[in-house]
Ligand binder design. Structure first.
Ligand SMILES: NC(=O)C1=CN([C@@H]2O[C@H](COP(=O)(O)OP(=O)(O)OC[C@H]3O[C@@H](n4cnc5c(N)ncnc54)[C@H](OP(=O)(O)O)[C@@H]3O)[C@@H](O)[C@H]2O)C=CC1
Ligand SMILES: N[C@@H](CC=O)C(=O)O
Length: 432
């Protein structure tokens, strides 16, 4: 036994006549990894006691309070990334924290925050009005395993990935520690099938949640809708759509006569593009989204099985350095403008579409993404600005496809989707 220890006692009337009180008590402690060194039940069936390590006292008390709805459900976040999406999430959390605690009984705390260079962690919660200053003051490099070790000791720990990095190893480490995951980042979901499936299996085996609604269509309910169709036994015949807010925006700007390189700079400044816009213009970002949806159907594909035609000429997309990238892109402004004009004269508009066809014949790609000249009566023709749309043609929605449509990119909508995913987890665990 490690000293000092604490005797944690749950006291209640009619305990002996209420089912599963002990299960909830010990289950809540077990979920956050608190070791019960000894336990006893009071003779009058009015109390249950557990001996726990002294260092676990505060967390254990808060967790048991939440499990019996004696306090708001506390949720602790480690947020990776404070760019367009991460920053906006922190603003929305600051604005909503009190209302969520008061109206929904969910107290969301920012336990940790990291960017590519530094990290800050405070188990009592980083004040949301001061996250920027606290991170600026920190000289601690982002040692993710160490941060996860601290996070897992707190009630309802959630890793929130607002980076665009390959974070598969981070997810593995988080899930192994019993931490839930919320992703805006598509890369772990677009990793090879065995890697992605390994993470899914890990989450399932450990009863942890992995939510990733914003990876396709920002806060649009695309993935929840698809999961609902699949789980209720519908057969998906085809998924088609315009999945990229950036490419939708660019198509609109081009048709207004804005040169490609200017429109891309503008889309980046507005927070629509990936950190490097090449990932949008090459079609890679849309291919990842299409792959994420196809895999929800059980299609065991990898990214290299997606047929990708780029939005902009591939030879313009080579530079890592952003200024050189924009200069190279500008060399194609006139040719792209001429193509758009030809389309306009033919009464068509440019859209970047994705198609998923689960029953594609052998040898034909089941998933393809690329630019399409659409007729004015095509559902994509009426999209405006960053609007995205996804059409599900299914056995039950055969005559009229089920449509999801709205803003498909941008910090505010995406952060709201991330916060919704966090709340889904918090609500599903309340009282457990
Ligand atoms: N923008 C949008 O509309 C949408 C974006 N997404 C996805 O959200 C994710 C974030 O996008 P966005 O906010 O636009 O990107 P940004 O480039 O604006 O932000 C990325 C952030 O990640 C941080 N970062 C990089 N490496 C690490 C690391 N190893 N550990 C911790 N933090 C790290 C960066 O740190 P530093 O500040 O030090 O550079 C930066 O703060 C992407 O995966 C994107 O695909 C999803 C839906 C919509
Ligand atoms: N760059 C992406 C952002 C959302 O995933 C897009 O424009 O759709």
């Amino acid at each position: 036994m490690r000293e000092p220890v604490t005797l944690l006692t749950l006291v209640g009337e009619a305990m002996g006549r209420t089912p599963n009180v002990a299960g909830r008590f010990f289950g809540a402690l077990g979920q956050i990894g608190v070791l019960v060194r000894a336990s006893a039940q009071g003779a009058g069936e009015r109390s249950i006691s557990a001996v726990i390590d002294g260092e676990d006292t505060a967390t254990a008390v808060r967790t048991v309070h939440a499990a019996f709805n004696l306090a708001a459900q506390e949720v602790n976040l480690l947020v990776l990334g404070k760019g367009t999406v991460g920053r906006e999430l922190l603003y929305q959390l600051a604005a909503q924290q009190q209302a969520l605690a008061g109206d929904q009984d969910v107290l969301i705390k920012l336990a940790g925050l990291a960017d590519s260079r530094r990290a800050v962690f405070d188990p009592a919660g980083i004040p949301l009005a001061r996250w920027d200053a606290r991170l600026q003051e920190s000289h601690v490099p982002p040692d993710i395993p160490a941060l996860l070790d601290r996070l897992r000791r707190l009630p309802v720990p959630i890793l929130v990935d607002c980076t665009a990095e390959d974070t598969t190893a981070v997810y593995e480490a988080a899930l192994a520690r019993g931490i839930h995951v919320v992703s805006a980042n598509k890369r772990p979901l677009a990793a090879t099938w065995p890697v992605r499936q390994g993470l899914m299996d890990m989450a399932r085996a450990r009863h942890r949640r992995w939510e990733y609604e914003t990876t396709v269509g920002a806060s649009l309910p695309v993935i929840d809708t698809l999961k609902g169709l699949v789980r209720t036994g519908d057969t998906i015949l085809r998924i088609e759509g315009s999945f990229s807010g950036t490419l939708g925006y660019l198509a609109g700007e081009l048709s207004r006569g804005v040169p490609l390189s200017h429109a891309v700079r503008d889309a980046r400044a507005r927070g629509y593009t990936e950190p490097h816009p090449r990932d949008d213009l090459s079609g890679l970002d849309v291919a990842r989204k299409a792959l994420i949806l196809a895999r929800e159907l059980g299609m065991q594909l990898d990214l290299d099985a997606v047929a990708i035609e780029p939005f902009a000429p591939s030879e313009a997309l080579g530079h890592d350095d952003l200024e050189r990238f924009f200069l190279a892109l500008a060399e194609h402004d006139d040719a792209v403008a001429a193509r758009i004009e030809r389309m306009r004269q033919a009464g068509r508009v440019l859209r970047y579409l994705a198609q998923i066809d689960p029953s594609a014949p052998a040898g034909a790609p089941a998933v393809r993404v690329g630019p399409v000249e659409v007729e004015p009566d095509h559902p994509a023709a009426r999209l405006r600005g960053t609007e995205a749309f996804v059409a599900f043609t299914t056995d039950r929605h055969r005559a009229y496809p089920l449509l999801v449509q709205g803003a498909g990119a941008g910090g505010a909508v995406t952060a709201a989707g991330v916060l919704t995913d966090i709340l889904k987890i918090a609500m599903s665990l309340r009282g457990r």
